[in-house]
Ligand binder design. Structure first.
Ligand code: ATP
Ligand code: MG
Length: 233
């Protein structure tokens, strides 16, 4: 089976600093792989490198078998790769609808596509004409995820979507992501520090430490404590 996303010995960084060190991983179609690690370990840099926002210094990135190492982010998006960044990248003064429209300018299928996305995030339908800045933190995260899903990705990179949310909202977001994967078969590469959340969502995990993968395994809700212990070392 061809991996939805494959990184082979990928190294990247900022100036003379290395942020991602010879990382190899693959995400199979429909699979959820969690990348966990403490602050500053290179999780966001890894996703930025996969998406093409941070240049690869060494190694290769493949999307559905195609070498995209030297391709810009928009071309990777056309190959059904989507990215939900850690930063709040929505326009606060635009409505939910306008924010989503920007992801698909001129798309005639917008209404049908949105209907699909609203199935996982019904609150966005209720807030469709509301300014995005008036949404709660959790709703803004849902908007960022919805924006990525609208493009119909085969592989979706998610950077700490549960960050700063209260437990009930995290639980709802987890359920929505699980349903989204089940309905569409979209593979997810999920960066998280919220270990119980991601261990119940993901199929496999990898621990990132100083830019390197130091441990991998099967994810399960009941090994969350073990993973948290590993992360501390
Ligand atoms: N734009 C940048 N310029 C220079 N160095 C950067 C830049 N962004 C990140 N770094 C450095 O790269 C390393 C990895 O940062 P990165 O943001 O990938 O970590 P992270 O695991 O996502 O952290 P967090 O959990 O806090 O989001 C850190 O040492 C960080 O200081
Ligand atoms: Mg980060």
């Amino acid at each position: 089976m061809t991996a939805a996303l494959q990184l082979e010995n990928v190294t990247s960084g900022y100036g003379s600093a290395i942020a991602v060190r010879s990382v190899s991983l693959s995400v199979e179609p429909g699979e959820i792989l969690a990348i966990v690690g403490k602050n500053g370990m290179g999780k966001s840099s890894l996703l930025k490198t996969a998406m093409g926002f941070l240049a690869v210094r060494d190694g290769q990135v493949r999307v559905a078998g195609q070498d995209v190492t030297r391709l810009p982010p928009h071309t990777r998006r056309d190959l059904a790769l989507a990215y939900a960044p850690q930063e709040k990248t929505i326009f606060q003064d635009l409505t939910v609808q306008e924010n989503l429209r920007l992801a698909l300018p001129g798309d005639r299928e917008f209404a049908a596509r949105f209907e699909r996305v609203a199935h996982w995030f019904p609150v966005l339908g209720q807030r469709f004409h509301q300014r995005a800045g008036t949404l709660s933190g959790g709703e803004q995260k849902m908007l960022i995820v919805a924006r990525g899903m609208l493009t119909g990705p085969k592989i979706f990179l998610l950077d700490e979507v549960a960050e700063g949310l209260q437990p009930s909202v995290v639980a709802r977001l987890g359920e929505a992501l699980a349903r989204m994967r089940a309905d569409t078969g979209t593979a997810l590469l999920v960066v998280e520090q919220h270990i119980p959340f991601v261990m119940s969502l993901a199929d496999r995990f990898a621990i990132l430490k100083a830019g390197e993968i130091v441990e991998t395994g099967q994810a399960a809700a009941d090994n969350a404590a073990v993973i948290e212990e590993h992360m501390r070392i």
